[in-house]
Design a protein around this ligand. Structure first.
Ligand code: 5RP
Length: 223
């Protein structure tokens, strides 16, 4: 199976999860990226069953609206039963690196509100120790060089994502060369650097469910 076929399979498994677990008329939190796009396209067939969606990025908002799915501002929402999103890396504790698509801050906000975070990922995203995928850190532009120096002190090699501005008007430093053996502590430590908006570690709020696309079929964690 190709990676795209694995992504489509986990997206379909997430639809089945949502149909089974999320009551009719609820809102669905929707992530960003190519795997999330498969989920959005599959969700379109069930759009009349749900009130609408909360989007984690402008790109996702546009794709949902193109399918005729109503998109709600998170500030109008007090309850979000589920958030479905991809990941760049995920470990056995369901801690993740996210932000390859640059939407990490809004993704983390929507994930914070959601009762259940369902991560959809192909098998290439599963790792023992995170850090081979460079850790995205969203920074206020005027703080960029200061934050980069602080990240270097933590042992990483920050590289500015050239020509990229987030939906929030900020920049991203991709931090190479980290071996993330204590993801919660590192997430907290990076958050404390002044000028950091968010970092792409999702360890303090990990996924609750992982649907992993493998050539042998979709596996669910915890089992
Ligand atoms: C976007 C993300 C994505 O979930 C992550 O990059 C995975 O993307 P894809 O499904 O395209 O592999 O965090 O900010």
């Amino acid at each position: 199976m190709t990676q795209d076929e694995l992504k489509a399979a986990v997206a379909q498994a997430a639809i089945e999860y949502v149909l089974a677990e999320v009551p009719q008329g609820a809102l669905i939190g929707v992530g960003t990226g190519s795997t999330a796009n498969y989920f959005i396209d599959a969700l379109a067939a069930h759009k009349d069953r749900y009130r609408g969606a909360v989007a984690s990025s402008e790109a996702t908002r546009q794709r949902l609206e193109q399918h005729g799915i109503a998109v709600f501002d998170l500030n109008e929402v007090s309850e979000l039963p589920v958030y479905v999103d991809g990941a760049d890396e995920i470990d056995a504790g369901l801690h993740m690196i996210k932000g390859g698509g640059g939407a990490l801050t809004r993704e983390k906000i929507v994930a914070a509100v959601a009762r259940t975070f369902v991560c959809i990922a192909d098998a290439s995203k599963q790792v023992e120790v995170m850090g081979r995928f460079p850790l995205p850190v969203e920074v206020i532009p005027m703080a960029r060089e200061y934050v980069a120096r602080e990240l270097s002190q933590l042992g990483g090699k920050p590289v500015l994502r050239a020509g990229f501005i987030t939906d929030n008007g900020n920049q991203i430093l991709d931090v190479h060369g980290l071996q993330i053996t204590a993801p919660k502590a590192l997430e907290e430590r990076i958050n404390q650097i002044v000028g950091v908006v968010t970092n792409g570690l999702f360890a303090l709020r990990p996924a609750d469910v992982l649907l992993l696309g493998t050539p042998q079929g979709v596996q669910r964690f915890p089992g």
